[in-house]
Each structure stands twice: as structure tokens, then as C-alpha cells.
Design a binder for this molecule. Structure first.
Ligand SMILES: Cc1cc2nc3c(=O)[nH]c(=O)nc-3n(C[C@H](O)[C@H](O)[C@H](O)COP(=O)(O)OP(=O)(O)OC[C@H]3O[C@@H](n4cnc5c(N)ncnc54)[C@H](O)[C@@H]3O)c2cc1C
Length: 394
């Protein structure tokens, strides 16, 4: 079911708030902003919502974090996803939520010690339901794990969902105007204040503009004279179909290499953040046909059954897609105002976990928009000291 979409004859000339980008960030922001009373218009270049980065996500979420900023984003977001129908006020609305758990595993001889510190860090933040396992305990639960696994962490209520349904749920429930096939060309600034957005369908006047354009955010901010500290990394997702892949498996992440997989519709999604130089924004993002072979080989280290899967794979049972992570120097998002331009805001810098953080990130933005959260106290403000995060993310 689609959102309320303004047709070509209904291009509004004004709004209280214009959001550029109809991915998960823009759709969530539209929902929470309209709930605060902002007359909101979302401009999206494509004919559909959620069709760029959001469409290629593996869409997993976890509360296994030992950094307070990530815990602040993820824990309430997961709680929102657990009662999404109620949140948007559409009884029975489904988002494909699967809480099959998330397993981090290692073959490091000192892995148990390493994971113990990490789990203790989570407990200090109130995340008390992550289990710490030896290799044998992990294999008892998941017999398909490699004999080389020495330690694992597991949280049963982690999992994944369908971003498409989240995007359309937020959009449909928001009451915002979604202007599809409408490209934001330039943000107009007059006398240091935002005046509106020049689009492919005309000028849309608004005192507040939010850039939620994923990989294109930096380019759009530059049209207002603002340089955002963002860089882009291509990331790929392979799908393989094979009946031997256990459908009840959790998300399995190799904590030593970063390769990960999870079950999906008769097979598995596999991902791996292989080293690549930062790139320019792209749409579409070209994928490497050799990626599935590399990911299968990588995943077989902890899950040896992927060797058999690779050996019998045929071309009709494998596919690959690519998107771009919009990254920041400290791995945390940019959410807030863009001084010195009054009225310009940003909601981006997903660093590869924009699905799992979307509800809370959008509420955080709306707290800034309403003035409830002063910029000086905003932990994700655009101009902040950037310290690198400890544990690497996938
Ligand atoms: C392979 C891969 C796996 C991932 N796995 C996960 C995961 O397991 N968990 C997780 O939480 N996240 C994951 N992510 C990250 C997640 O996909 C992103 O964080 C999220 O989709 C970002 O959403 P967004 O709305 O910020 O950006 P996007 O989805 O890119 O949306 C931006 C929108 O802006 C529009 N736009 C751009 N420029 C303009 C313009 N000038 N005018 C109008 N519209 C414009 C675009 O068309 C697009 O629709 C993954 C990403 C990749 C690539």
C-alpha cells in the first residue's frame, strides 16, 4: 500500500518543513515531524520511496552495543519496531520483524575474554540480555558452526525486518505530502536563512529544510554553502538460494573478518565490508559479479556449510546488489542544524546502520527542530569533535 502522494497537479508552493529524500530516514522524519504539527513535504527523485540505499540493506538490528551513543539510538528504535503498528496507529501493520537473534563469533584463542569485556560494557548501559558463550556452548545451540569457533555473543531478541514496509508504514501514517519524481536541485539561502528548495518541478518555499538524501547529502548541502564531513563506501549484498541454509539461524557475524550472513527466503543474504576507497555518490551503484563468490568463501570460515552451497550453486540461484554507506569520521550520524545557515538541518551519516537507528534518529532530529533539544547538548551535532569509535562496525 502506497503513501499519500501528491499528484503532479498538487505541487505545494509552501511547507513548514521540506525533507529531501524518501529513504527510511526521510520517511521516519516525516512521520515524527507531522506528529509535532509541521506541515511537511518530502521530495524524492525516484518514482518510489526507499529505493536507493534502503532497498539493498540486509536490514538487521541489534542492541549489542557498549557505546552510549549507539545504545541511545538502537535500544529505543528496536522497541519501536517491536510495536510498529501501534506506533503508526495502523492496527495489524506488518514489517516482517524476525527476532531470530544475532550471533557474533570468533576463532581468537582470547576471544572469550575479549567478548566478556564487551558484554560487561553492554551491561553497564542496561543491555543485560546478551549471552556470552564458549565455542562449545555456541555449537550446542548452532551445530553448523565451525569447530574453530572459540567464543560467541548472542542476543535472542536481535534480528531483522523489511525496510520497505517500514518506509511505507511511516509514509502512509504521516500525513506528509510525498512528492515523487521530484528532484531537489538546490537549497536556496537568503541572508543566511533557508528560503526553500529549488526542485525539478518548481520552487518550494519553506523556513526549514532537512537533508536526508543518503549518499547525496553532502552534494546537496554544498548548494547551501555547507561542507558536511561525510564520505561514501560501497557495500554489497549477495543472495544465494539453497535448501541447506538453516531458515531458523540468527544473523551470524564473524567478529574477526567482518563477513556476515543471515537466512532469507529459501537462502541467505551475505555481506562483507571489503576495503574500498571512498567514492562519489552513485545511483544505481554498480555491483561486483565476483562478490558472491568472495562472500561465500568468507562466510565458510565460521559456517562451513557455505562451502557445499558454493560448490553446487547455479547462476539462477545467486544475485548481488550494492549501495553506499554514508560515513562520518567517528562512525556516528549527523543529526541537527547546519550552522551558519539558519533553518538547514541534516539527518544522515548512517555508517551502515540507518535501518536499525531510523526511529530514534528521526525523533532526535524532531527534538532539535522543535527546540526541545538545544544544539549545544546535541550529541550528533554537525560540528563536533570527531573521536573514532572503539569496536568496528560491520
Ligand atoms: C549492503 C548494505 C547492507 C546494509 N545492511 C544494513 C543492516 O543490516 N542494518 C542497518 O541498519 N542498515 C544497513 N544498511 C544501511 C542502510 O541501508 C542505510 O543506513 C539506510 O538505508 C539509509 O537510509 P537513508 O534514508 O538515509 O538513505 P537512502 O535510502 O539512500 O535514501 C536517500 C533518498 O534520497 C533520495 N535523493 C537523493 N538525492 C536527491 C535529490 N537531489 N532530490 C530528491 N531526492 C533525492 C534518493 O533517491 C533516496 O531515495 C546497509 C546498507 C548496505 C549498502
Amino acid at each position: 500500500m502506497g503513501p499519500r502522494v501528491a499528484d503532479s497537479g498538487a505541487f505545494p508552493r509552501t511547507a513548514d518543513l521540506v525533507i529531501i529524500g524518501g529513504g527510511i530516514a526521510g520517511a521516519a522524519a516525516a512521520f515524527y515531524a507531522t506528529r509535532e504539527g509541521f506541515r511537511t513535504a518530502v521530495v524524492e527523485r525516484k518514482p518510489w520511496l526507499g529505493a536507493l540505499t534502503t532497498a539493498v540493506a540486509v536490514a538487521c538490528f541489534r542492541a549489542q552495543w557498549d557505546d552510549p551513543d549507539f545504545a541511545y539510538l538502537m535500544v529505543p528504535s528496536i522497541a519501536t519496531y517491536e510495536r510498529f503498528a501501534e506506533e503508526i496507529g495502523v492496527p495489524g501493520y506488518e514489517i516482517g520483524l524476525r527476532q531470530q537473534g544475532w550471533l557474533f563469533a570468533t576463532t581468537d584463542p582470547r576471544g572469550l575474554e575479549r567478548f566478556q569485556q564487551w558484554v560487561e560494557g553492554q551491561r553497564r548501559l542496561g543491555i543485560t540480555d546478551t549471552e556470552l558463550w564458549t565455542g562449545d556452548e555456541a555449537r550446542r545451540r548452532f551445530p553448523w558452526l565451525s569447530p574453530d569457533v572459540t567464543a560467541a555473543t548472542f542476543r535472542a531478541r536481535d534480528g531483522w525486518l523489511s525496510p520497505h514496509e517500514v518506509v511505507y508504514g511511516y509514509a502512509r501514517a504521516s500525513g506528509a505530502a510525498f512528492l515523487l519524481e521530484t528532484e531537489a536541485l538546490r537549497i536556496r539561502v537568503t541572508g543566511g536563512r533557508v528560503a526553500g528548495v529549488e526542485t525539478s518541478r518548481g520552487f518550494l518555499a519553506a523556513p526549514r529544510v532537512v537533508i536526508a538524501a543518503g549518499p547525496f547529502s553532502r552534494r546537496l548541502a554544498a548548494t547551501a554553502g555547507v561542507d558536511l564531513p561525510l564520505f561514501l563506501l560501497r557495500r554489497q549484498r549477495a543472495f544465494v538460494a539453497d535448501p541447506a541454509i538453516p531458515p531458523d539461524a540468527p544473523m551470524v557475524a564473524d567478529d574477526d573478518t567482518g563477513v556476515y550472513w543471515r537466512p532469507e527466503a529459501g537462502g541467505a543474504f551475505l555481506g562483507w565490508g571489503l576495503p574500498e576507497p571512498p567514492g562519489e555518490p552513485q545511483d544505481p551503484v554498480p555491483a561486483d559479479p565476483l562478490f558472491p563468490a568472495r562472500a561465500l568463501e568468507g562466510a565458510a570460515r565460521l559456517t562451513p556449510l557455505f562451502r557445499e552451497v558454493a560448490a553446487r550453486l547455479t547462476r539462477d540461484r545467486v544475485s548481488v546488489a550494492a549501495g553506499q554507506y554514508t560515513c562520518t569520521p567517528d562512525g556516528k550520524p549527523l543529526i541537527g542544524g547546519c550552522p551558519p545557515v539558519d533553518g538547514l538541518y541534516v539527518l544522515t551519516g548512517d555508517n551502515g546502520y540507518g535501518i536499525e537507528s531510523a526511529p530514534q534518529a528521526a525523533r532526535h532530529l524532531v527534538d532539535v527542530l522543535t527546540g526541545r533539544l538545544p544544539e549545544a547538548e546535541n550529541r550528533f551535532r554537525v560540528h563536533r569533535p570527531f573521536r573514532p569509535t572503539g569496536k568496528k562496525v560491520l
